[in-house]
Design a protein around this ligand. Sequence first.
Ligand code: M6R
Length: 369
Amino acid sequence: DKGGWSSFMAKEVSEEPEAVANTVRGRIHDGRIRVPELDGLDDLFRDIDRVVILACGTAYYSGLVGKYAIEKWARIPVDVELAHEFRYRDPILSPSTLVVSISQSGETMDTLMAVKEAARLGAKTLSICNTQGATIPRESDAIVYTHAGPEVAVASTKAFVAQITALYLLALHVGDVRGTLADDVAIEAVAQLEALPDKIQWILDNEQERIEQLARWMADTRSVLFLGRHVGFPIALEGALKLKEISYIHAEGFAAGELKHGPIALIEPGQPVFVVVPSPRGSITMHQKVVSNIEEIRARGARVIAIAEQGDSAVLPSADEVLRIPLASPLFEPLLAVVPLHIFAMGLATAKGLDVDQPRNLAKSVTVE
Ligand code: M6R
C-alpha cells in the first residue's frame, strides 16, 4: 500500500527519518549504545583484529561509509568488498576476522555465497539485514536488524540510511567493548544519532520541492557526475547508482581527490556535477580542497550543484545551486547528504515519465549469482 504516495519510492524516501529512528530505538542504554543482540559477544569483539564487510550495490556503499566509523570508534582495520568479487578470489580470513554482511533483503545470492565461504574459511559472521528471518541472517553467527520497514521500490533508499545507522551502532558498541571509545565521543555520537531523524525531516520539508524542480529542469540531461570526499565519496557513488537505476542516465561517482587523476577530462561546458561538500567544522583542509575542486570544474564550464551544510558560504561564489543540509558532526553528514540525491533521482525519473518503482531490467532482490 502506497499510503497515498505516488510511488513506493516516494513513500520510502519520506520514511527515511523513521528508518533511522526505529533502527536506533532500544539500542541506547544509560546514554551509551548497547545493541542487545550483541550481548555475549564481548570476547569475540575483543579478539578480532580485522573486519571484512561484504555486500552488493547500495548496501556496499553503506559498508564503505561504515568503514570510517568502525575504524574511528573501534580502531579495527576494515576492508569493504563487493561480495561477488570476494567469493571468487581465494580470500584470506582467520578466526580473528569478523565478516559483516549487509543486505536489505537478506536473500542476495552473491552476498549469501560470500558469507558461506567466509564461514567455511573459519571467520565469524555477522549480518546486518532488514528482513526478519531471511536466509543471510539465518546463515550468520550474529544479526543486527535494521528496522526500516518493508522496502518495495527496487531502488533502495530508506534501507540505505538504516544500514549506515546499524553500522554506526555496531561501531559504537564494539568500540565500547574494546575500550577505544572516549566518553565524550560516545555521548556526542548518541546525541547525533538521536537528532538525525528531525534533520532528515528538515531536508524533506524544506528542500524537496526545490530539488524536484531542479530535476524537472534537468530532464533532458544525458550525463551527471557526482563528487565526494571521505564519507562523502560513497554518497557520490550512491547518488550515481540511484540515477542510473531509475532514470537511465549515465552517471558516475568519483572521489573528489581523483579529479585531476583523470575524471576532470570529462568536464565540458554545461556538464552537471553534484558535489558533496564536507563541513568546514570537520576538517577545514578537506573543506577547502573540495571548494577548490568546485572552482576547478566551474572554470571548465561545469554546472555545479553543491550539497553543503547550512551557513557554509564558501560554496556560494562558484556553485550554481546549493542544496542545504542541517549541521551534523562530520561522520553523520552522509545520512543527510544522501537525502537530496535520493530525491533528485526520483524527481528526474518522474520528470522523464518513468516508473520509479519498477525500473527496467532490475529485480528488487537478486537471487541468482
Ligand atoms: O537486498 P540487498 O541489500 O542485498 O541488495 C543489494 C543490491 O542488489 C541493492 O542494493 C541494489 O543495488 C539496489 N537496487 C540499489 O538501489
